[in-house]
Design a protein around this ligand. Structure first.
Ligand code: AKB
Length: 342
């Protein structure tokens, strides 16, 4: 039997970075990546096959199908929320059409080798749509089935793809007995992710990571949301750990197609205070972009992640202060300023 392989789409993005490191360290599967952008050379040497291409290219997917025995997929490729509002049709094509291609790929791969394919799908707090700031404040930590009327193309895409995943896992070709679902779909609704080693692009939660990275580089930063803006965030290592933990969880324990994940939920002013504590000379101002503010205001102030904690033992390592003081600030200082003890 060929060595099982893991396929990572969108691998050169922010999550892919940490995920490849961890999967390579585990070493139990050959790593195959698919992305339009090349991998960082330090990561490229850790993967078995790096395919530069699109998730919309079925020929590329067929090539992977023919060459590898994939039993685990991390489908990370997507256009994020801000980017998607500028080109909603392209966003739909990539976020929905691309996901459908990957679900079909997983189904076919599973029929070829006869084992279920675990399909890991990062969804997002963007699936929520809080109708007003008053309701957002009163709602507090939202559960998976509350307020799912997203105002963004990206959020609608994510919500629908969670449903597509549930369909492939439970009801695929339900009228023809020989085509039982073999896709083991597992979704996570990530909050804003903050990485010390990469800077996001195209998202609307980007204000927090942008503020931190700008301060570390000694650059001025004009935050595009009000100081009182509050949404949940998570340190990237916890995001990667959550993906790996859910991928390994026993199927029988899982009760939801997509789980909320929370870690900390600071206001932009609280993020600013932590940044100033580490970089007292930080030049941070506020220049509100009313439209992007509207998107962030439509996201919940925090999420209820009790189901993830109960079903598969999700527990983030980092809270707000420890994320900054033990992970973000030391790693970012080493990256931009150098020296081990900064
Ligand atoms: C975005 O801002 O679009 C993403 C997200 C919260 O899903 N970071």
């Amino acid at each position: 039997m060929r060595k099982p392989a893991v396929l990572i789409t969108g691998a050169s993005g922010e999550i892919g970075h940490g995920l490849i490191e961890k999967l390579a360290a585990d070493g139990d599967r050959a790593i195959v990546t698919l992305d339009l952008a090349p991998l960082d050379p330090s990561l490229a040497k850790k993967v078995k096959s790096e395919i530069i291409g699109s998730i919309l290219d079925r020929v590329a997917l067929e090539r992977i199908l023919a060459e590898f025995e994939v039993d685990l997929v991390f489908h990370l490729a997507a256009l994020l929320s801000t980017r998607s509002e500028f080109s909603p049709l392209t966003a739909h094509e990539v976020n929905v059409g691309g996901t459908l291609n990957l679900l079909e790929f997983a189904q076919q791969q599973s029929s070829t080798h006869g084992r279920p394919v675990v399909f890991m799908y990062p969804s997002s707090i963007a699936v929520y749509g809080m109708p007003s700031l008053e309701i957002k404040a009163a709602a507090g930590r939202v559960k998976e089935d509350q307020w799912t009327e997203s105002t963004t193309m990206y959020g609608c895409n994510k919500l629908y793809c969670e449903q597509l995943g549930r369909y492939y896992a439970r009801h695929y070709k339900q009228l023809s007995a020989e085509h039982m679902g073999q896709v083991d779909f597992r979704g996570l609704r990530f909050p804003g992710l903050i990485s010390a080693v990469t800077v996001p692009s195209g998202g609307t939660s980007d204000f927090a990571p942008e503020m931190i990275h700008a301060a570390a580089k000694g650059e001025p930063y004009a935050c595009f949301v009000r100081p009182d803006t509050k949404i949940p965030f998570m340190a990237m290592p916890d995001g990667v750990a959550a993906l790996l933990a859910l991928a390994k969880a026993p199927r029988a324990a899982l009760t939801l197609p997509a789980y909320n994940l929370g870690a900390f939920a600071p206001s932009a002013a609280e993020v600013e205070a932590e940044v100033r504590r580490a970089f007292p000379g930080a030049q941070i101002s506020y220049k509100v972009d009313v439209k992007r503010q509207g998107i962030v205001d439509s996201w919940p102030a925090d999420v209820d992640d009790a189901a993830a904690r109960r079903d598969w033992g999700f527990t983030p390592t980092y809270g707000f202060e420890s994320a900054f003081r033990e992970y973000l600030i030391p790693t970012i200082k080493r990256r931009y300023i150098g020296g081990p003890d900064l």
